[in-house]
Design a protein around this ligand. Structure first.
Ligand code: ADP
Ligand code: ZN
Length: 600
């Protein structure tokens, strides 16, 4: 970028958006696109993709066309830009004829900096005609992975977007996505004819997300404790596998004072839309959902994502947990994981109707995820490694903060496997543990399992320790669910050397719960008591503004900005303007009111 343009870009970043510096590759991307180049930007959620086209839109003459697949998201983006004093509008099916005309007129007259358009509308003849008669700054294609037929977000309309290049070859294009894998990247380049585009790949690390995977014991209670201890009053998402579990968990959380709402594909469209919109617009709502809830969530201040069931793959885990902490403030990815999850996922794959290939790939993906769950090393290192990134232990995941001990579980593994074998490979973990621990239950007596030599052979370990052993045996592939007998575990080929004592097995041990490491972070970022009160007042003020203008609260100010204000207690407009997230327009509009709240 030429020196003048670079200075100008930084100035706009500061005055319009209120950010003091660029993040990562933003500056380079902005320079490249503002200079007329095409770009493909791969950046994780929350990485700051929007600025990569919003700034060039302001730097270049004419209007930037932004293709976005999600109507609700469009509206919020436009509302947020208007707050910054940027001339933005959107064109989609929610508008009536008059509004569409007005919008097209504004476009032709050059009165817009950015226009957000749904993909199907952009390629309509009338729209193309209108574009031909207007000055265009650039095309931004957001969520560009929607062009991939193999991804789950495929949108056929996206395929037609290659037309833009043919019709308007001189207008630079920037495609953006948070999808990391190389196949999708290649497909975007091919389908959108972006061969000449410069590719910008950022690290996919989300440093503000803390990964924690706990041993599942009493998951609902564990979840409630997690929410109460770490995220009281915060917005979050809880993922469950089944619709029924979604409903039950949501109801249970509500009965324990959490503002939870269910969301799944079995609900009628109206309630689904209402719950999603309340989550987006109100503060502190916890949505309990199946993975049907995801696409279209663009809430920056989701403070936690919890999994009560195992996702299907690391991609799934990364995408779902990635919905936390888009604003860059600390957030948690928390999962409860146990033997039942391993068994359930394996069985689902084995019983699926998919081809042999499909099952093989699914199983391999599950194995990778189980590796992440069972690792005694850094979760983030493992996660990034899966996406081909090498990294060092992060210091912000459970295993970094409380390194788990490993123990030589060879003997325990032998006993457990032997117990599976001796009881005929027809029982689940509960019964197997009863036998190992020497509990003469009715079923044990009835089956005469008290006569086996494994009966009572494992009295040295408690129930929880044994559950752990079975879970890790399943995760390591030494035992698997039986295809035919529901709930039964059986041995695999690979268990033989362990059973015979020829192979040693090392396992992660369950540590007694220490004081939660989460505290240290809270302590580090916590505000003094008086300021916490101020933060509450600022939030109340924001809520009222949001209500009056009927926009989501985060469109007025992000949590991060309010938190900074509460900590810095700025005394005048100058000091207030220093805070990240307060540009010239917002300072002018809200400065006095904010200072009044601070000094009150
Ligand atoms: P993405 O679209 O990549 O998920 P966004 O564009 O929504 O991410 O940006 C995520 C968050 O980061 C937003 O809250 C945005 O205000 C903030 N942000 C982006 N760029 C910067 C920057 N240079 N400095 C500070 N905050 C930034
Ligand atoms: Zn780590």
């Amino acid at each position: 970028m030429k020196a003048i343009a670079a200075t100008q870009a930084l100035q706009l970043l500061r005055t319009v958006f209120g950010h003091p510096v660029f993040r990562g590759a933003q500056e380079e991307i902005v320079g490249h696109v503002a200079g007329g180049g095409d770009a493909l930007v791969l950046m994780p959620t929350g990485g700051g993709k929007s600025l990569c086209y919003q700034l060039p839109a302001l730097l270049r003459n004419g209007t930037a066309l932004v293709v976005s697949p999600l109507i609700a998201l469009m509206q919020d983006q436009v509302a947020a830009l208007k707050q910054l004093g940027v001339r933005a509008a959107f064109l989609n099916s929610t508008l009536d004829g008059r509004a569409v005309n007005a919008c097209e007129q504004a476009l032709r007259a050059g009165d817009l900096d950015l226009l957000y358009v749904a993909p199907e509308r952009l390629v309509m003849p009338r729209m193309l005609e209108c574009l031909a008669a207007s000055e265009l700054a650039l095309f931004a294609i957001d969520e560009a992975h929607c062009v991939s037929q193999w991804g789950h977000d495929f949108r056929p309309e996206y395929l037609q977007l290659s037309l833009l290049h043919e019709r308007f070859p001189a207008v630079p294009r920037i495609a953006l996505t948070a999808t990391a894998d190389p196949q999708t990247r290649a497909e975007i380049i091919r389908r959108l004819a972006l061969d000449e585009a410069r590719v910008f790949i950022s690290s996919f690390d989300r440093p503000n997300i803390r990964y924690t995977i706990v041993d599942k014991q009493d998951p609902r209670t564990q979840l409630l404790r997690f929410i109460r201890d770490e995220h009281d009053g915060d917005a979050g998402i809880v993922y469950c596998l089944s619709r029924r579990k979604v409903d039950e968990t949501a109801a249970w959380l509500v009965s324990h004072g959490v503002r939870a709402l269910p969301y799944h594909a079995g609900m009628d469209a109206a309630s689904r839309a209402e719950h999603q919109s309340r989550f987006q617009r109100e503060e502190g709502i916890v949505v309990v959902a199946t993975i049907a809830f995801g696409m279209g969530i663009d809430k920056p201040d989701v403070r936690f994502v919890a999994h009560l069931d195992l996702p299907k793959s690391i991609e799934g885990y990364y995408q779902e947990t990635g919905r936390a902490g888009r604003d860059g403030a600390p957030a948690d990815a928390w999962m409860a994981y146990g033997l039942g999850d391993v068994v359930q996922q394996r069985r689902m794959i084995e019983q699926s109707d998919g081809s042999e290939d499909y099952r093989r790939v699914s199983m391999a993906k599950l194995e990778s995820l189980l590796g992440l769950c069972e690792t005694a090393g850094c979760r983030r290192v493992r996660l990034l490694d899966y996406f081909g990134e090498i990294s060092a232990p992060c210091g912000n995941c459970d295993t970094c903060l409380e390194p788990p001990q490993t123990w030589d579980a060879t003997e325990a593994a032998r006993k457990a496997l032997s117990c599976v074998y001796r009881t005929g490979q027809r029982f689940g973990a509960v019964h197997l543990i009863d036998v190992l621990r020497g509990h003469a239950t009715d079923r044990v007596i009835q089956r005469e399992h008290d006569k086996l030599n494994v009966f009572g052979a494992g009295a040295d370990l408690d129930d929880q320790a044994w559950r752990n052993v079975f879970r890790q045996l399943a995760a390591l592939g030494f035992i698997r669910p039986d295809h035919d007998a529901f709930g039964a575990l059986c041995l695999t080929e690979t268990s033989r050397p362990v059973l015979k004592g020829e192979q040693r097995v090392s396992m992660r041990s369950v540590l007694p719960r220490k004081a939660r490491a989460g505290r240290s972070r809270r302590a580090a970022t916590a505000l003094p008591a008086a300021d916490a009160g101020l933060l509450e007042k600022l939030k109340a003020w924001r809520m009222e503004q949001a209500r009056v203008q009927s926009v989501p609260a985060f469109v007025i100010f992000h949590d991060k900005t309010l938190t900074e204000i509460a900590a810095a207690r700025p005394a005048d407009m100058d000091a207030l303007g220093e805070i990240s997230g307060i540009g010239a327009k917002k300072l002018e509009r809200y400065g006095a009111a904010l200072l009044a709240v601070v000094s009150a």
